[in-house]
Design a protein around this ligand. Structure first.
Ligand SMILES: [Zn+2]
Length: 356
């Protein structure tokens, strides 16, 4: 079985994107002989991908994946290589646990979950930073005691504890009792108890998924616009959807994941007596610049606000990792390591963020 003892992480200056296009190991000057490792089954056949044993990475067309071997220990090692901050918290509380969907995918270079975990747990560790972020998002006075929840669990770094957020469980019980794959899981939630609730849908290299006019499986979330509205609004016993949403003039693109985030934010806030709730789509300015002209760069804000009543339009916000960097991270001596990470993090072996 293919195995590597490499434990280091690779950043912008270690990699060369052109080597990736040539099917070589993307690490500069690597001369190691590549092996083939099984990747996944497709139409009954096993697909293989090249693997560099010296650098412990599996090489994909669009980037790389840290890969040591498929034993439990080596999956933990590979995951750790992509987590610069608070890795042990992730390994102990999320990896291999039911609480996190696809918990073994954080070793992918393009994992938005890995970037989310790194950036947000580090902001939490330097607690003044989360307070500042919530102030920047809500344009209100910064709030004390901001909680960080990732994938539905409250992160307590000091006590190495992860706890469920009960309002989320309650909303799922009402709206998704029959859904198995997969229930709605806001990537990031910032909660100031009794005051503010922010759901953040983080994107790194991928797009916001639109509703599609196709049938879903029997235990899946609906995919079509009409069925989404039926399930999450018309049959929602927690909120009066008519106060928040307007569906008379439909936008060209109905972003189903962002729509569910709005429903969940409003519903969780209602259950906990919080009046100020927000949904934020967090994206990379750098990736948007690269994709300009393609559907991905269509104005998400305009499409989303079109389905919100005037009073609620500004509950949906768009924010970039770069704005987060320049507004919160840059120049803060306590966040020096995080600044380094954001400057040197890669996507497809090139820079991930437009930060200098
Ligand atoms: Zn190599």
């Amino acid at each position: 079985m293919a195995k590597s003892s490499c434990t280091i992480s690779f950043f912008k200056n270690d990699l060369q994107r052109t080597r990736l296009n040539e099917g070589k190991c993307p690490v500069k000057n690597c001369r190691s002989k590549l092996q083939q490792v099984p990747f996944r089954r497709h139409k009954g056949k096993m697909l293989y991908l090249p693997f560099c044993p010296e650098h412990g990475i599996r090489i994909h067309k669009t980037g790389f994946v840290y890969f040591n071997s498929l034993t439990k220990e080596d999956i933990a090692t590979a995951t750790k290589r992509n987590l610069m901050f608070n890795a042990s918290f992730y390994l102990e509380n999320f990896l291999g646990q039911a609480a996190k969907i696809e918990s073994q995918r954080l070793c992918y270079e393009n994992s938005e979950d890995a970037v989310t975990f790194n950036v947000f747990t580090e902001l939490l560790a330097k607690s003044h930073a989360l307070k500042k972020l919530i102030g920047q998002i809500t344009k209100a006075n910064a709030e004390e005691g901001t909680e960080l929840h990732l994938w539905g669990g409250k992160i307590d770094l000091k006590n190495n504890r992860l706890s469920q957020y009960n309002p989320l469980i309650e909303v799922r019980r009402h709206l998704e009792p029959d859904i198995v794959k997969f229930v709605t899981e806001p990537d990031i939630m910032l909660v100031v108890p009794k005051k503010v609730l922010v759901c953040i849908e983080a994107k790194f290299g991928s797009k916001n998924p639109p509703a599609e006019e196709i049938e879903e499986g029997f235990d899946e979330k609906p995919k079509s616009r009409a069925k989404l509205i039926e399930r999450y609004c018309k049959k929602n016993p927690i909120i009066n959807y008519n106060e928040i949403f307007a569906f008379s003039d439909m936008p060209r693109v109905f972003y189903e994941q962002l729509f569910r985030n709005v429903v969940f934010a409003a519903s969780m806030a209602k259950l906990t007596g919080i009046e100020r709730w927000y949904v934020v789509n967090l994206r990379s300015q750098h990736v948007m610049n690269l994709k300009r002209g393609k559907p991905e760069s269509m104005p998400v804000v305009r499409n989303m606000r079109k389905i919100l009543r005037p009073m609620y339009k500004k509950r949906f916000l768009h924010f970039t990792w770069e704005e987060l960097y320049y507004g919160i991270v840059n120049g803060d001596t306590e966040l020096h390591d995080l600044a380094w990470y954001m400057k040197n993090k890669t996507l497809r072996c090139g820079r991930a963020f437009n930060v200098l």
